[in-house]
Design a protein around this ligand. Structure first.
Ligand code: HEM
Length: 410
């Protein structure tokens, strides 16, 4: 095993190249293991189903201290489930998994579909609407009702803007980042006091709702979550549900670029689910995951000291021709009539969500997308001139125009 060489810090390249950073590095070295430095730290980046299995084994990689502070202060929240390992992780994860059942997925989809219909009745023929923004508000209205969070109708737009800001600002140092921090501070304070009110009987929420369950959840130490951590985890349910608006905007983009999918999508069912999977594979959202080497690792003949950063390239794996023939072709048929292995399609992580950090919200994401994309495919609209560029150096990416459409009928 070789001892580590000095590697140049790549933080600026990572920021400049975004999703393409790791795939470019792999092409240059003609290998799967990239040894590098980021944020002043030794790092190694992996890609592929086998690498994912290695990464998700807690004997190799742990999550504690791997996520940078600015990402916690915006996207996930300090003390979030994403940062836990071992028993503490499994106990906290149980809260999320208990919320994602077949019945609760159906009821969330129903709430979101009703909110979507309330939104689209307001679309006047001939007047431009921005699909990303409209979807974010419909998702917010739907998920807050499902989660049992009391909110006046007039406050939905402000909550939607805050939830979108938290996602949009995690990987930049500019004004988007500061908006995200402010949004998080505001919403943690609001939801923390709501949790306290529910515990003290000053506020009501339906039994079994996400708000009720988080207020009663006990961590591995047997204690209730402190109100701020409860708010962090409640946000970790509603924020990513609203983030599905990124994929709804991408659906608008895909139907515009490849209109042949509109008719099969109108039938819903298996094709709509396949369409949702292909949206999640094809379009950029989560770039890579980060953990820390739990012990000294031997990777590609080089020693990676315990504590080094270990990255898993999600976007790279979803666009590698070894696993996806013709990966830059948008083709929902690749997901029709077949099972998907837990290590294959990784836009929301890999492996088993019960034992590892894989996203517990995939059933929500896929079901909501299948429903909203089917409904979108049924609407009559035209697509005006606009900038549909999706820059891979912007994390998270999105169509520059956020996808504008003009309804042509009610
Ligand atoms: C826009 C759609 C979504 C995307 C792209 C997405 C992506 C991801 C990714 C990449 C991870 C990290 C996996 C890992 O660290 O191994 C994750 C974790 C997580 N996601 Fe999602 N997610 C989405 C929707 C949702 C939804 C709807 C929920 C609601 C329950 C959710 C809740 C979570 C939670 C709680 C975690 C942390 C899991 C853990 O650390 O054990 N996500 N998600």
């Amino acid at each position: 095993m070789r001892t580590p060489r000095v590697h140049w810090d790549q933080s600026l390249q990572a920021l400049a190249k975004g999703y393409a950073w790791l795939p470019d590095r792999r092409r240059r070295i003609d290998g799967d293991v990239v040894h590098t430095r980021v944020m002043g730290q030794r790092a190694v980046a992996l890609c592929g189903p086998e690498a994912a299995q290695f990464f998700y084994d807690e004997k190799n990689v742990r999550r504690h201290t791997a996520i940078p502070g600015p990402v916690l202060s915006t996207l996930f929240g300090h003390g979030a489930v994403h940062t836990l390992d071992g028993d503490a992780h499994r106990q906290r994860k149980a809260f999320f998994l208990s919320l994602v059942t077949r019945e609760s997925t159906a009821s969330l989809v129903q709430c979101v579909a009703a909110a979507w219909e309330d939104t689209v009745v307001g679309w006047a023929p001939g007047r431009e609407v921005v699909l990303f923004d409209e979807a974010s508000r419909a998702l917010t209205a739907g998920v807050r009702r499902w989660a049992g969070i009391p909110l006046e109708t007039g406050e939905v737009a402000a909550l939607a803007a805050d939830l979108v800001a938290m996602v949009d600002g995690f990987a930049t140092a500019g004004p988007r980042h500061w908006r995200a921090r402010q949004a998080r501070t505001r919403r943690e304070a609001w939801l923390g006091s709501l949790v306290q009110d529910v515990r003290d009987g000053r506020a009501e929420t339906p039994e079994g709702s996400a708000l009720d369950v988080v207020a009663r959840h006990r961590d591995a130490d047997g204690e209730l979550l402190d109100p701020r951590t409860a708010a962090v985890e409640l946000l970790n349910v509603i924020r990513p549900t609203v983030a599905v608006c990124w994929f709804v905007a991408y659906a608008g983009h895909a139907l515009h670029r490849w209109p042949q999918h509109r008719e099969p999508l109108q039938a819903g069912g298996g094709f709509a689910v396949a369409f949702a999977h292909e949206l999640r594979r094809f379009y950029p959202f989560a770039p890579f995951l980060g953990g820390r080497a739990a012990r000294d690792l031997d990777l590609a003949g080089e020693r990676v000291p315990a504590g080094s950063l270990v990255l898993l390239d999600l976007w790279g794996q979803n666009h590698d021709s070894r696993w996806w023939p013709d990966p830059y072709r948008f083709d929902p048929h690749r997901f029709l009539h077949r099972e998907i292995s837990p290590w294959e399609l990784v836009p929301q992580g890999a492996g088993d969500p019960h034992t590892g950090h894989r996203c517990p919200g995939e059933p929500f994401t896929v079901a909501i997308l299948a429903e909203l994309c089917t409904r979108l495919a049924h609407r009559d609209y035209r697509v005006p001139e606009q900038d549909l560029t999706i820059s891979l150096s912007r994390i998270p990416a999105r169509p520059r125009s956020r996808f504008v459409l003009v309804p042509t009928s009610r």
